[in-house]
Design a protein around this ligand. Structure first.
Ligand SMILES: Cc1cc2nc3c(=O)[nH]c(=O)nc-3n(C[C@H](O)[C@H](O)[C@H](O)COP(=O)(O)OP(=O)(O)OC[C@H]3O[C@@H](n4cnc5c(N)ncnc54)[C@H](O)[C@@H]3O)c2cc1C
Length: 430
């Protein structure tokens, strides 16, 4: 049974929450983390993933979609969505933060060192990615090795990063969570926070739903919401901050697939290469990626995706800096339209992906492009709108520390940046 009073109460144990808990616990503070998900004992397969991916209907296991049909990937579990990440570790939004007066350079360097971020070793590339790299070069594009938080010697190249890593080869927020707990932080699993307790204009705890039914209250001097950009705004709205929830981006992406005579990219860490050359001018990156699971390809492409042979499949993801056009509502429903400008970026990227895949040996008739998806929700409690540059809300004692605070879509993997922000917050809170 967790004690009911702590200095800091953190909601969520993902990229933002676990980092903050570790930093505060290392500094001797008393920390309680409340986590909706479980500490999963087994990960790595599609069937495992059905337990922790967000799926409104547990009979179909179909992933959550925005009301406009954009697929939204996230997981509810200890460690949050970092557990199902592709292990990509990239600094993002440095210029935007500098303009806001938020200098993250020290925190980036600290995190890169702790997470051992380095370009993926060449020997982990599949034959398919090597072929894509060659084809891109022939066409005048430059595919570089993706920076990863990955222990290369532990990776067995199963290609199932997005279901969680059996070998614990990649860094996840669970690494920081364990350190936090070793340093004295307490955690409650399978406990869902509903709203913040506010007294005399000050946050002093949370109200959570018991898994056995009923409500429970926990008190703290300061409360930090780190439940991810699709849940944090729901908690904030229920706690009286009505302006939370607008400005949702998800780094919209599509996957372009092509079938070859034999070469495939099934056996490598997902997103092993990247080209940034269209990032500044056109707002997208390209990275070799296939969903190895036919059932996931069914979500993306229907029967056509299921019928594609994984052992002859190549694919390239177009990941974009999308418009902040979405909204998370108080009841948890989500609107995320794909704007005309979003379509321009998605189509420009997938046209180049198509060109590269055909050069790499895919038949032109086989090329198919998935429906739009998002796995990097953010912006729903943005700096300058809902929190200040110290990540504090308008309510005393109440802070936000997750992807919600990002001011605009990075169009790049955000974990490293969220970790850096959490490290900075810990220093400022002391
Ligand atoms: C398939 C996939 C691959 C990805 N790959 C990469 C990658 O390679 N590199 C990268 O940088 N990013 C990647 N991302 C994105 C990255 O994982 C997220 O951007 C990041 O984890 C967001 O951090 P967060 O702290 O905002 O939320 P999360 O890490 O999702 O943490 C939120 C936590 O809050 C908990 N929670 C939610 N609601 C409640 C509640 N009411 N009460 C209590 N707890 C609650 C959740 O269970 C979760 O533990 C990927 C995402 C996905 C889905």
């Amino acid at each position: 049974m967790a004690e009911k009073y702590h200095q800091y109460l953190i909601i969520g144990s993902g990229a933002g929450g676990a980092t903050l808990a570790r930093e505060l616990a290392i500094r001797g503070q008393s920390v309680l983390i409340i986590e909706q998900g479980r500490q999963e004992q087994k990960v790595g397969t599609y069937n495992d993933a059905t337990r922790y991916y967000d799926a409104p209907n547990r009979f179909t296991n179909a992933p959550r979609k925005s009301k406009e049909g954009v697929v939204l990937w996230r997981s509810f579990m200890a460690g949050g969505s970092t557990v199902v990440s592709c292990g990509n570790g990239v600094r993002c939004l440095e210029d935007e933060f500098n303009v806001l007066g938020v200098d993250l350079s020290a925190e980036f360097a600290e995190a890169e060192n702790e997470m051992s971020i380095a370009p993926i070793p060449e020997e982990l590339l599949s034959d398919g990615s090597k072929k894509i790299r060659w084809a891109a070069k022939e066409l005048g594009y430059n595919m570089e090795l993706m920076p990863k938080f990955l222990k290369a010697t532990s990776c067995r190249k199963c290609g199932q990063c997005v279901f969680g890593c059996v070998e614990c080869a990649k860094w996840t927020a669970l690494d920081y969570l364990k350190e936090a707990i070793d340093k004295g932080a307490k955690i409650l699993y399978e406990t869902k926070v509903e709203k913040i307790k506010i007294q005399n204009g000050r946050a002093n705890g949370v109200i959570s739903a018991r898994s056995s039914g009923g409500e429970e209250e926990f008190m703290a001097e300061k409360v930090i919401v780190a439940a991810g950009a699709l849940t944090t705004p729901v908690i904030l709205q229920k706690s009286g901050i009505d302006k939370a929830g607008s400005g949702l981006f998800v780094d919209l992406f599509v996957n372009t697939y092509g079938v070859t005579d034999g070469v495939n990219q099934a056996n490598e860490p997902a997103m092993a290469l990247v080209t940034h050359e269209f990032y500044k001018s056109k707002g997208f990156i390209l990275s070799p990626f296939i969903n190895c699971s036919k059932r996931v390809r069914f979500v993306e492409l229907g029967m056509r995706g299921m019928a594609m042979p994984t052992n002859r499949l190549l694919g390239i993801m177009t990941k974009t800096r999308d418009d902040s056009s979405g909204q998370v509502y108080r009841d948890g429903t989500i609107s995320k339209p794909v704007t005309d400008a979003d379509w321009v970026r998605l189509k420009a990227g997938s046209a180049i992906a198509r060109e590269i895949l055909i050069k790499a040996g895919a038949s032109s008739k086989s090329i198919a492009v998935s429906i739009p998806q998002g796995a990097h929700p953010g912006g729903t409690a943005a700096i300058g709108k809902v929190v200040n540059t110290d990540l504090k809300t308008e309510i005393d004692g109440l802070y936000v520390c997750d992807a919600s605070v990002l001011p605009v879509s990075p169009g790049l993997p955000p974990i490293l940046t969220i970790v850096a922000l959490a490290k900075r917050l810990a220093k400022n809170l002391m």
